[in-house]
Structure formats: C-alpha cells, structure tokens
Write a protein that binds this ligand. Structure first.
Ligand code: SAH
Ligand code: SF4
Length: 365
C-alpha cells in the first residue's frame, strides 16, 4: 500500500511536514509542473510580479578561510588575489544608483581586522552620501563580531547575507576544516546577532552538495522557517578543480539535475515562506544561461546583476563556468530587462524592494 500523499493534496496545505517537503523536492514531470505553478501563484499573490535588482560588487577575493568547496579559499594558491580600490567600489555604487538598481550588494572573502571594519564603515557612509540615502545596501562579508556588525549597521547597511551553507551540523563539518575558524556554532551565533541588531537577515544553502540528501534539504527549509529568515539566496553547488571537495565530483548528480533540484528548492521555499525575498543565485546562470529567469518564474523575486568591473570578474571564481566574466556592467542592463519580461515579471526600478517578511515579523512580535 502506498501511504505517500500525492502532491496535489500537499500543495493545498498550509503547514508542511518534513515528509511533505521531501515529496515536493522530489517532484518530477507533471508533479513538478504543479509545484512550480503553485509557487508562481503564491509569489504573485504575496509579493507580486516585481523582481528587484541588487547590483553586486565582488570587491575582493582575499579570504582568511578555507571552506572545502570554494575556489577562492585561502589555501588555493592558483588564484591571483585582487582588492578593488575604494574609488572603484564607489563608482560601482554610483553605477547601480544611476541605473536605478535600487540596491547595492558588497561581497568579498572573509577578512576580520580593525582596518577592514573601518574601511567598510567608511565606504558605507560614503555610498549613502553619494546616493542621497536612496540606494539600499546589503553586505555579505562573512562572520564578524557583534561590534563590527553594529558599526556597519549604523553606517547604513540594512541587509546582511550569511549562508548557513547546510543547516546539518554533520554535513557542515564535512564541508569545512575542523577548527575554530570554521565552527558551525559560530555561524549560527552570527545569524542570531545579525537579527538581533535589526538587519534584514538572509541565509541560504548550497544545493546538491556531495553527501547531501533530500532530507538534509528539507531540514534546511525547516531551519529557514524556524529561524524566521527575511531573505534567502541559494543555488546549486558547482565543483571547482582547485578545492578539496573536487575529489567527490563523481558522486554528484549531473548539472542539469542539480539545476532542476535548485528550482524545486526555490519553489518549495516560496510555498512555505510566502512573503520573504528569494534571490535567483548567479550559480543558476552558470548552468543555464536563462537560469535566473527560470527561478523568477518559480518563486524568486531578487536578481543580483554583477556590476564588478569586468577586469576583476575572472578572479572571483567561487566555482567553474562563472557566467559573464567577460562583460562590463553596462552590458547587463538591457539584456536582463528583456529577459525578465520574458519570464512574466518586471523590474522594480529604483525601489529598495525590502523583504515584506521583515516588516510583518516585526509587527507581529
Ligand atoms: N565570504 C563570504 C561571502 C562570499 S562566498 C561568505 O562565505 O559568507 C558567498 C557564497 O558563495 C558562499 O556562502 C557559498 O554558499 C557560495 N559558494 C562558494 N563556493 C561555491 C561553489 N563551489 N558552488 C556554489 N556556491 C559556492
Ligand atoms: Fe572564503 Fe566565503 Fe569562500 Fe569560505 S565561502 S572560502 S569564507 S569566500
């Protein structure tokens, strides 16, 4: 006797068990179509058809950590390291502002030092000044002390992205060196601190990692729900040859399946956490040229066009096949606009596009 619920019944529920989530994540063929249609319906009802832009600057690939999956890990001596000047970062912020991108994201390898904290603090204040306080700012600069997070918040950053990578402690430990610099507890603590300070807090995971099961991914969704995150950015894991995790490449599912699984994760999360912001990760585009647009069709409402000056894009390679490494920021503006419209969505130019969930959770509590 088959006791598994069918997908139609599950999609009509308001609450979802871990088992339900596993069924959603394994949907194929017509079942997958039903899942995607439901996610689209929920997205349009809860957060509308708009997609918001976050102009992304990956300003430095210098990193003090050694995550086993990442191409810019400290131990990879094949990478030439770069660090954009303050002027280059400010120019990118102005480009985002003038292109009406609404928001700006600064991301880099993880550095913790008084000089780094101060540099970012000054840059944040300068960006706010240059853009008349009109540009929203998200940062993604890894694990830092509470004081550093506070200083950056006070200087104008209002959203922070820190992926938990995997909410399963055992799996997390397989993806990172076993030392104090890569502690699962510390990462969790940082997420709690960010929330306490008042950031719109974003997390996420990599999808289709070696050793990862659908149960792990279902637990990741439950983690995001229980942590009550405001934003999520998640995408497929893509192996990088100069990393320790590359040795498990033969155990990975094919890229196309990884991509589809990532879409099902996005769709499932949209159905579970209806009013959060969900980003279409760049890694999706590395597998499928219109991957981000496909994600927007099944629940994502944030796109992060890369506005790092072209010269440096090639060196910020977290994974293989990184898209658009030979383009300049202006090339992306029109290209994306057309593509988003094809995905039955449109862009909220000049709007911050804050997470609706952030405001509902703060009113309800
Ligand atoms: N240093 C910061 C931000 C830069 S890394 C941090 O680690 O938080 C940003 C994200 O890139 C990571 O959170 C990770 O989820 C993702 N990433 C790294 N290597 C990857 C890979 N090989 N495939 C897919 N995503 C990867
Ligand atoms: Fe550094 Fe982030 Fe890559 Fe880890 S994932 S090695 S912290 S850049």
């Amino acid at each position: 006797m088959n006791l598994m619920k069918n997908i139609k019944d599950i999609l009509n529920q308001k609450e979802f068990s871990k088992e339900d989530l596993v069924t959603m994540l394994s949907a194929k063929g017509d079942d997958q179509k039903l899942l995607f249609a439901k996610a689209k319906e929920v997205k349009e009802r809860e957060v509308g058809k708009k997609v918001y832009y976050r102009g992304l600057v990956e300003f430095s690939n210098i990193c003090s950590k050694d995550c086993y999956y990442c191409g810019i890990r400290k131990g990879n001596n094949q990478v030439s390291r770069f660090n954009l000047s303050d002027d280059q970062i400010l120019q990118a912020a102005e480009f985002a502002y003038k292109s009406s991108y609404g928001s700006f994201v600064m991301q880099s390898g993880e550095i913790s030092s008084p000089a780094f904290t101060e540099r970012i603090e000054n840059l944040l204040r300068e960006i706010k000044r240059l853009t008349n306080d009109e540009l929203g700012i998200t940062i993604s600069l890894g694990e830092q002390t509470e004081e550093t997070y506070r200083r950056w918040f006070d200087a104008g950053a209002h959203r922070y992205l820190l992926r938990i990578e995997s909410s399963n402690r055992g799996l997390y430990q397989k993806l990172h060196p076993n030392d104090a610099n890569h502690s699962f507890e510390k990462r969790l603590e940082c997420l709690n601190t960010l929330k306490k300070i008042g950031y719109q807090t974003g997390t996420g995971v990599m999808i289709a990692l070696p050793f990862q099961t659908l149960e792990h991914l279902a637990d990741d969704i439950l983690f995001m729900r229980d942590f009550d995150v405001d934003m999520v950015g998640m995408g497929p894991y893509i192996e990088h040859p100069d990393t320790p995790l590359y040795q498990y490449r033969n155990e990975l599912i094919p890229l196309k399946e990884r991509f589809e699984l990532a879409l099902r994760m996005i769709a499932t999360l949209r159905i579970v956490m209806r009013d959060i912001n969900i980003a279409a990760a760049t890694a999706l585009q590395a597998i499928d040229p219109i991957g981000r647009e496909k994600a927007a069709k099944v629940g994502a409402n944030i796109i992060m066009p890369n506005i790092t000056p072209g010269l440096y894009r090639n060196s910020y390679k977290l994974y293989e096949n990184k898209p658009c490494v030979d383009e300049e920021p202006q090339d992306c503006v029109q290209c994306l606009d057309v593509r988003i419209r094809l995905a039955d969505a449109y862009i909220g130019y000049g709007e911050w596009g804050d997470s609706k969930h952030y405001f509902t959770r703060n009113t309800n509590s």
